[in-house]
Design a binder for this molecule. Sequence first.
Ligand code: C5P
Length: 399
Amino acid sequence: MKKIALGVCSSISIYKACEIIRLFQSEGLGVRVIMTEKATRFIQPYLFTSLTGERTIVELFDDGQRPIEHISLVDEISLLLIAPATANIIAKMASGVADDFLSTFYLAVKCPVLVAPAMNEAMYLHPQTQENIKKLKALGVNFVEPESGYLACGKQGPGRLASPRTIVDHSLRLIRSREAFRGKVVLVTAGPTREFLDPVRFLSNPSSGKMGYELAREAFQLGAEVILVSGPTYFEPPAGVHLEKVTTAEEMKQAVLKHYPRADVVLMAAAVADFRFCGNFREKLRKQDIRPVLEVEPTPDILEELGRRKERQLLVGFAAETGELREKAAEKMTRKGVDLMVANDVSGQETGFASDDNEVLLIWPDGRSRKIPRMSKRKISQEIMKEIEVLLNERRRQI
Ligand code: C5P
């Protein structure tokens, strides 16, 4: 992939640009920074030059060797991201003013442009700024909405630069989006469920939700509309994803069935608890009132239900096993009407539940299989989504 041009303007949130650069670099992307003159009052260009390994551009005319750099750089980049973007750069872009490198460069680029505004809430909500944003959106410029909250000027409201992770996720969607996923609805479940005995005691499992969250992030980056139905986890939801939080298997089933008719792909990565207590007490039970043997009943099998109701949906199931991986996963695949099964062995300590890495076996109903060796869950999610892209493309050809 080509590199990212990062336009940096004069905002107190300028320090977040360093984190944005780091996140791009961790995705294997190079960054070339362009600063406005006023931004150099906050941070010396040298900081960005050191971080990126490439000379930071400020002036239109400051490099005798490459006098028309704003034109030659155009062919080297896949995205122009402006973060933080001030009211001033947004106004200049909206009216076509080209009086410094960044504003001139904006007029020259042919790649997607993404703007992450950061300013005082009154400036952001000012009808003039809103008008400028509307105009740019109509011209095809993309925006990452600022967050609401405490601002450096002491005010509360919208205007705080979105988080670096959110900005980078939106950037990656613009450059990684794939035809197969555009306009598609991907429904992902993640995390464990909790089945309560009383308000303080529950049955659950050690799932952290990481695999499902990485799948949701990847589906968003590939261009899909993503709905994430999540049991209790400690992760921030990925950018751009519609999150529905649930606690029990029954709640997860209701949420999934509600969205199922619209879904094109369903990834059941949640570790749904298989049993719940017969009876759920509203008041905390006294220790001496709990019998040594508690009765349980099976929770609804959501995936099996989805398999029964399947129309055009592509169903992906997950199987966590401790031994006889292939046989057990294949049996579940057939019983639950799944189109692709992701099986993993959870007997090891370093992969599977609540760890950063995983090692999985993919199984298809036609008998094919593929082993994905140990790698990060982020990478595993990319491999799984590549296989889903193949299946989506195969279906499109059949229609
Ligand atoms: O039967 P088992 O729990 O091993 O099946 C795993 C797959 O079935 C996962 O995709 C999981 O999300 C799904 N499942 C479900 N409802 C349950 C139990 C599991 O949808 N009650």
